[in-house]
Ligand binder design. Structure first.
Ligand code: UD1
Ligand code: UDP
Length: 378
């Protein structure tokens, strides 16, 4: 190892990247002799990104503030690429660290490659092998795998996906997913000081006997008819199960908010609330009976909390949760969603089977492993 610390720029832009990279930033910063860490956020998300930074006390060194309302993929991509390039020209890091599969990740990896700066990709190797699902993330992550120098795969399956694409084995390591590191930090904080769930009547968190279905959804491939049928399913379920609370923190994307508020507003047992900061959301996951979602991160967190997850997608890049028995795909079809939730709410045997706590995504030490790997690969 050289005498100068490695100049590392950690670049991210959205809520899930922030959740999965903040613990790594803290872990890298524990070794100032090895790493000079600089945090650059693109600001692809604004409010939902800032909510996470606060939890982990991470203050960005650079904020490119690129978000625009209802941004198109092409406009977002070109703004992010240009902004990250300006940042890299000024900072000139030795290594760029990115996480996952958003447009920020793809453009940051591409901008670094153009400047011949090494790229480390956290959560590498996830694949559905369907380029339209999730859209555009499947292609973003394939591109990043072509551009990256270090691939930190969360699971053996993810590593095998990379090898199948011809990525050199010596550049791939299995680390576990840093989301479990983040979740463990969050669970400790939630236990020490139970957070307030803004917008939700207090008695809903207090009365733990009442079943609670937690819902999140934001995938682009579900926009339009998919969102309509998801909302139709929730409306049917809320009418069928009047004693169950349906709690939905609604993503800020206007393509999500319009159908959700139009179709689900004004129902007594459907609670539409704003996106929650990470700690209240984790507390709500703990309180929930089951989770209905199309989120990637939630599929990884819920199994270790013993929460059954019905995934409103046709494909998943996270087959480990399905194999573990905690996750089932129900797609965005109204009937399948209604049947899936109804079964879980009424069939105790099935519920018990799906709610055993299992954790295929890591042991909370992914960041530690990544720090060691980066220390030895200077
Ligand atoms: C993005 C990622 C997706 C990731 C998701 C996590 C891309 C193409 N999509 O999707 O992979 O799973 O984040 O949530 O990278 N908005 C706000 N404030 C915010 C965030 C979003 O107002 O804090 C609104 C804006 O109108 C914005 C729109 O949502 O234009 C869409 O944001 P964008 O980041 O393009 O897409 P997401 O659907 O959030
Ligand atoms: N999450 C949160 N507040 C919410 C909804 C989700 O903090 O209101 C967290 C959740 O615990 C998970 C992450 O956000 O860690 C998932 O983000 P999202 O679903 O937006 O993106 P994806 O994981 O699908 O890319």
């Amino acid at each position: 190892m050289g005498s100068q610390p490695l100049k590392v720029s950690v670049i991210f832009g959205t809520r899930p990247e922030a959740i999965k990279l903040c613990p790594l930033i803290l872990a890298l910063r524990a070794y100032p002799d090895r790493f000079a860490v600089h945090v650059c956020v693109t600001g692809q998300h604004r409010q939902m990104l800032d909510q996470v930074l606060e939890v982990f006390d991470v203050i960005p060194d650079t904020d490119l503030a690129i978000m625009q309302p209802n941004q198109s993929l092409a406009a977002l991509t070109s703004r992010a690429l240009a902004a990250v390039d300006r940042y890299l020209a000024e900072r000139s890091p030795d290594l760029v660290v990115v996480q996952g599969d958003t447009t920020t990740v793809f453009t940051a990896a591409l901008a670094a490659f153009f400047r011949r700066i090494r790229v480390a990709h956290v959560e590498a190797g996830l694949r559905t092998w369907n380029r339209f699902s999730p859209f555009p993330e499947e292609i973003s992550r394939v591109f990043v795998s072509r551009l990256a120098d270090h691939h930190f795969a969360p699971t053996e399956g993810a590593k095998n996906n990379l090898l199948r694409e011809g990525v050199e084995e010596r550049t791939v390591a299995i680390t576990g997913n840093t989301v479990i590191d983040a979740l463990q930090i969050a669970l400790r904080k939630v236990k020490a000081a139970p957070p307030l769930i803004l917008g939700l009547p207090k008695e809903i968190m207090g009365n733990r006997k009442k079943p609670l279905v937690l819902i999140t959804g934001h995938r682009r491939e579900n926009f339009g008819s998919g969102m309509e049928s998801i909302c139709g399913a929730i409306a049917t379920l809320a009418a069928r199960f009047e004693d169950v609370e349906f709690v939905y923190p609604v993503h800020l994307n206007p393509n999500v908010r319009e159908p959700v508020f139009r179709m689900l507003g004004c129902r007594p047992n459907v609670h539409l609330i704003e996106p929650l900061p990470y700690l209240p959301f984790v507390a709500l996951m703990q309180r929930s009976t089951l989770i209905l979602t199309d989120s990637g991160g939630v599929q990884e967190e819920a199994p270790s909390m013993g929460k059954p997850v019905l995934v409103m997608r046709d494909t998943t890049e996270r087959p480990e949760g399905v194999e573990a028995g905690t996750i089932r795909l129900v797609g965005s079809d109204e009937t399948r969603i209604v049947e899936g939730v109804s079964e879980l709410l009424t069939d105790q045997k099935l519920y018990k089977h799906m709610s055993g706590a299992r954790n295929p995504y890591g042991d909370g030490k992914a960041c530690e492993r990544i720090v060691e790997l980066l220390s030895s690969r200077q």
